[in-house]
Design a protein around this ligand. Structure first.
Ligand SMILES: Cc1cc2nc3c(=O)[nH]c(=O)nc-3n(C[C@H](O)[C@H](O)[C@H](O)COP(=O)(O)O)c2cc1C
Length: 198
């Protein structure tokens, strides 16, 4: 079977890309509104885009009414965000934080997730996440009319005690969640370790 992408609708392309390009890491993002409300939401169009400078990229699509999602609006307005990596035990909270609440609802408060104050940014971070990466907005790029690609620079790393050893993390200790499609998540299964290539 083969399909010409320009013959597919936007909804069909979304569905296909969502389950073809997997597993995807998930950025669990806190931001703060201009009135000081802390927002939390998961984003899986997320990855490293550069090591030097240390940049990550997240695609934040607009809401169906054309407005920016709270995370994008806040990150662009304040220039700050915190990207968390969740572990398998946090799947219920992470999934619940994707519910499209209005901007005046603070998901960490609603879900009872404790926060710690940011050090380099004014955005608080989730105390129970194994990794919290304080970031400053580097750039926001619009690839089309309905999404913002958020480029963020890492400025501080908070990690669970004992997780980082010699600047390395054992995935079996981190047990990161990944996304496999709509509401379908992946957990760490067998891990394959090879000797370095080349
Ligand atoms: C696991 C997961 C990953 C998601 N990834 C994205 C994404 O990459 N881009 C996006 O625009 N929405 C994504 N969403 C949907 C947003 O989380 C959802 O629209 C959320 O309500 C946005 O919240 P906000 O308006 O508070 O930022 C994802 C949802 C889930 C459950």
């Amino acid at each position: 079977m083969e399909q010409a992408v320009d013959q597919l609708t936007r909804a069909e392309i979304y569905k296909l890309m969502n389950c073809m390009i997997v597993p995807r890491p998930i950025a669990w993002v806190t931001t703060i509104s201009e009135t000081g409300l802390v927002n939390l939401a998961p984003y899986s169009t997320f990855n490293i885009i550069c090591y030097n400078p240390p940049l990550v990229g997240i695609n934040m699509a607009h809401n169906t009414d054309g407005s920016r999602k709270d995370s994008a609006r806040n990150a662009i307005a304040t220039g700050e965000l915190v990207v968390h990596i969740a572990d398998e035990t946090q799947v219920d909270a992470l999934h619940a934080s994707a519910y499209p609440h209005p901007p005046e609802v603070s998901e960490p408060e609603l879900l009872g997730l404790p926060l710690e104050p940011g050090v380099d940014v004014s955005v608080p971070w989730l105390r129970d996440a194994p990794l919290a990466l304080e970031c400053r907005l580097k750039q926001s790029i619009q690839f089309g009319p309905t999404s913002d690609f958020i480029v963020a620079e890492l400025v501080r790393i908070h990690s669970r005690d004992g997780l980082i050893n010699d600047n390395k993390i054992d995935s079996k200790e981190l047990r990161p969640l990944s996304r496999l499609a709509g509401p379908v998540y992946g957990a760490i299964g067998p891990v394959i370790v090879k000797s370095p290539a080349g």
